[in-house]
Design a protein around this ligand. Structure first.
Ligand SMILES: [Zn+2]
Length: 427
């Protein structure tokens, strides 16, 4: 009996320690699906981005969010281009094969290449000796691989190397940049030469030959989409507060190198859907209308939000505040608000609520920057914040941005801060 009581107590106390709101449970389910293999990293291999947009529209439909007339659909379609890697590239440096994802990555705009080629290294020793540098320039690098190592270089020399990598003035057949951290992206350009990033520690200085097989496919026209729905306000129906989050990520390289993008930005979409799930309930119906926008093609250069600003569904002058959620997967070190200075009074309200309720440890203000979907709106004068959480995993645009690195401990605090804030700015 005593043991049973002890177990019951243990069970109950464990439950209380992990107690999370129904919104956190729902958001976790959404994030798990968005960053799972079913959505292929939400890029353009296996139509991952499109499948993610279906998932969001299905959630909007289940929540009975309103669509904007005259388009009785949640979708806003637009066309993009993308350079993709249908197969996992293989490379060997002097017969030492490297693993794609953890040891090397193609540059997102890399062109295709197959064969074996000799290597020329440009590093600090070459850059310091003007004669050695000139010698390479005179001979050119036709049929050779140019390896750029910026270790130990000052800012000016680094710029020279970056310029070489992006212009390839010596006509190298391939360029390898040595890096300490591998970072991937997505590009709507395709270079005429192969371009790779290799971990510096895996490249012996005296390497002589690269064996390589990179296949690329440039798709000039892919249909991308934004997904938009809203909850009608009780009193002010035609002015909106907007929550948005981009649902696309970097996709896959071939079938086996996946970029799950759990923090960037399954976490923001999960937060946005949880907020929609809250506001759609009659007891939480807001005073102003609240819109929810999932943006596509953010990773290609904010293309979804740029398209939206040029073709607005909600007149831009009717947006009271746009809150862009991108990288919401932690919160242990608080949150940052980009473009806070443009809406000082509202930022003050956010700070006051946090002081009173102690939701997150800090709220940092940061100057505006073109680093997410709030930016095109801010450029045309729409009041717009970009919020991201701080702390936790440093994974960014790599294969390690996985759901296990998301912390759910702070979800409810951030969620409550957002709903309290939204309530306050409707007064
Ligand atoms: Zn992002």
């Amino acid at each position: 009996m005593r043991i049973t009581a002890l177990f019951a107590w243990l069970f109950l106390s464990l439950q209380t320690a992990n107690a999370q709101s129904e919104y956190a449970t729902y958001a976790k389910k959404m994030l798990d699906t968005l960053s799972s293999g079913f959505l292929y990293g939400r890029g353009h291999v296996e139509q991952g981005e499109k499948k993610a947009s279906y998932m969001i529209a299905t959630e909007f439909y289940k929540m009975r969010l309103q669509t904007f007339s005259p388009a009785p659909s949640y979708y806003q379609n637009f066309s993009i281009s993308a350079n993709i890697f249908p197969e996992v590239p293989t490379i060997a440096i002097d017969n030492n094969w490297l693993v794609c994802g953890t040891e090397f990555l193609p540059h997102p705009a890399s062109g295709p290449l197959r064969g074996s080629f000799p290597i020329t290294v440009v590093d600090s020793t070459v850059l310091r000796k003007a004669s050695a540098f000139k010698k390479i320039g005179r001979k050119g690098l036709k049929g050779r691989v140019l390896v750029l190592d910026d270790k130990g270089l000052n800012e000016d020399s680094r710029k020279i190397l970056q310029n070489l990598a992006s212009h390839n003035p010596w006509g190298a057949i391939a360029i390898i940049e040595l890096v300490d951290k591998l970072t991937f992206g997505i590009s709507d350009k395709s270079k005429t030469y192969a371009h790779l990033h290799v971990k510096r520690s895996l490249f012996p200085k005296d390497s002589r030959q690269l064996r390589v097989n990179i296949q690329t496919a440039f798709i000039p026209e892919i249909m991308s989409q934004n997904v938009t729905g809203y909850v009608l306000g009780k009193e002010v129906k035609d002015t909106m507060i907007v929550f948005c989050a981009h649902f696309d990520h970097l996709g896959q390289i071939g079938r086996h190198v996946i970029f799950p993008g759990a923090n960037d930005n399954a976490s923001g979409v999960a937060m946005m859907l949880a907020l929609a799930n809250y506001y759609r309930k009659p007891e939480n119906q807001p005073r102003y209308s609240i819109a929810f926008i999932g943006f596509g093609a953010e990773e290609l250069g904010l293309l979804g939000s740029l398209y939206y600003v040029r073709n607005p569904i909600i007149p831009l002058s009717r947006i009271k505040l746009l809150i862009n959620l991108d990288m919401m997967g932690n919160g242990g070190e608080g949150i940052t608000v980009v473009n806070a200075e443009a809406s000082k009074r509202k930022f003050g309200v956010l700070e006051r609520i946090n002081r009173e309720k102690n939701y997150v440890s800090t709220i940092k203000a940061r100057a505006n920057a073109p680093n997410s979907d709030h930016y095109p709106f801010s450029r045309v004068g729409v009041p717009a914040f970009f919020m991201y959480t701080m702390g936790g995993s440093k994974a960014y645009h790599d294969i390690y941005d996985q759901r296990d690195s998301i912390s759910w401990k702070y979800f409810d605090s951030v969620f409550n801060l957002l709903t309290d804030f939204t309530h306050a700015i409707q007064e």
